[in-house]
Design a protein around this ligand. Sequence first.
Ligand SMILES: [Zn+2]
Length: 386
Amino acid sequence: MRRILLLCILLSFSTIAQDKGDLVFIYDAPNEYNRVTQELYFNKGLEKYKEYLNRKFVFPFNVTVHFTDCANENAFYSNGKITICYNYIKTKYERVRQNLIDSKVVGHEKLEREAVLGIATLTLGHELGHGFADFHQMPFTGKEESAVDEFSLMTFLDYKEEPKDVRSFYGVIAWFYSGVNETKSMGFQRYASAHAPSLVRYYDLLNLYYDSGIGQDYRSLLIEGYPSKPWQMPRSRVSYSSGEYEQKKKIWSRLLSPYLNPNLSEKTLGDPLYKKPEGKHHVISQEHLYGSTSKAKIGLALNVSGFGVGERPIVNDESNESGRIVFEITVDDIGNIIGARSKESTVSQKVVELYKQAVFKMKLVPKSDNVPSTSKGIITFNIKHQ
Ligand SMILES: [Zn+2]
């Protein structure tokens, strides 16, 4: 009898984990009606992602995710259960929203919705990662907190449905605003915490996001330009860590292979009824982040051997000057503009400066893998104000 039991135990350990449960959401009616409770409680905005996680992974039992009001802002995993406090998401969201307002994107309902859902999605993934470390004994090295950040973003980036590009953008950038807040009161002890400082977590996630190649609309926003913004990634990090996403993808697919649903196919990862919307959906662009749009008609001509124009630059030109500017530019092998000098212009220095800033935010597209480490060429702007 004993021997049989032992054999059973051995057998059960030698097989891949069995799917004996699901993520199950439990919602408490919130005390407050706000953007966050509207999206999470009233619109049930994370249900589809939950279904995806249930299709993708096996669970040893039902793992409840409890959305609720809490005295303290928090989200945590404990004893097979996840708790997500409405106010935890709300604080993170409010910081992001403040930035949308400062950047004059007020009332952009759809973006606000994506911001809430992006933050909540990455939070859910983070806590689920703690769950995997516990009930699946998923291996990891380094800080568990940073490992589950990665788990969360990598899992979400595998989601076949849109709009993961904009949601993950907000989920990631929320860490920046948490970090800015945190640095105001950081003592030595903060560096000893099991949680890496939020800004470290931010730049690590940002690098994966950027390197994954998703979110083309946002990518050029995220890299240090001129003048650089603190939330932008320094080019030095981008070049040091390029290829990190592919590397992490291999690592995570090995780490997670025992917990993947064996009946999983590429098709079942997405929503079978989902159709990609035609054309561009909600896009956050330079004009959103940098202020008002330009009334100028801007013609652009590029002459750099081996490169094409990627996204057109958006210039915040509120002048009334029409004319022409020619820049001599230097491009690195992945299309970043690393130098720009105005060769000739028929507009004021102030306007030249404006366009120069836009040039530094551009990213050119190499036409082959064989471009030199730096190339020189010309960009010409023809500006017409009505
Ligand atoms: Zn955590």
